[in-house]
Design a protein around this ligand. Sequence first.
Ligand code: ZN
Length: 353
Amino acid sequence: MFRNTIKESEMVFPREVLIGSGYINKITELCRKLKFGKRILIVTGKTTKSLVAERVFDDLSDRKFDCDIVVEERATEDSVNTVKEVGKNRDLLMGIGGGSKIDIAKLASFSLNIPFISVPTAASHDGIASPRASIKRNGTSISVEASAPMAIVADTSIIAKSPYRLTASGCADLIAKKSALKDWELAHRLKGEPFSSFASSLAMLACDTIIENASNIKEGLEESAWIVVKSLVLSGVSMSIAGSSRPASGSEHLFAHALDGVAPGKALHGEECGVGTIMMLYLHGEDWTKAKEVLKKIKAPTNAKELGVSDEAILEALTTAHKIRKDRYTILGDNGITPRAAENVARITGVIQ
Ligand code: ZN
């Protein structure tokens, strides 16, 4: 139906993608193979440091790598600047942890122009493989340009042990492609925005993999971690092909970012996107019940109460979401939706009572 209208593009993909049980042990060999140099800086969090990063540090040091660890918790400009300062004479940065540690390492490496390896210890969102990063600015998280990781090492035995809520959130971030792709098609039709059927098909495949496997995605199962990580990587690659986050992020992401501003720290990114997807599919006139059913099956939130936010917060986010990113045309249009329309969509889809 849609012709590929992107006629020129520069695509940067990860060079090595390693997903498997016990694969944390493959990092040293990978670093030797990539031949970027010996000076490595690991960016990690407090908990992950003792659980995973110190093991990687020891392995690398044993093989004569000059390794250092820096601990940062939240993806803010301050933490990125700290990592830039410590990492400026390094050959390689490595982000080990959940989304924020990977985002910090990704942004610092982009700005220092040195390669970066993504080592996710949870499958909570598609930032583990994408050329974009989320950072907190003035209390709101925004998505900014960065580079795709040079390599990704996802150890499914570690990811399977992470809190299940993180995996469910990663699944919800993938379900979000349903409405994101509808928004992209709309922007292509109404605004003549370039559309890539290749990028779109990959993002859809990532989403469909979760929908088809929803009943098999369960707490503690390594198989589930494998399905989710593989799909998150696919979604990241779709962004590399499109040269933007378009295939992965539409009105549901605008809603999620708006909600994060209205009710900060209440819900996870993917959880907010999942609830956003239900409502945005309704606005598109699509079947939203299926998305809701899948989210329920994987135990991701489907309403305000489960997100831990008030009904008012949902309505405020719905009516202000269009202001988050003016260059991203979606079903919310240039002027957003009215308070009455917001209340309708939120009530009909059961997001508010
Ligand atoms: Zn997302």
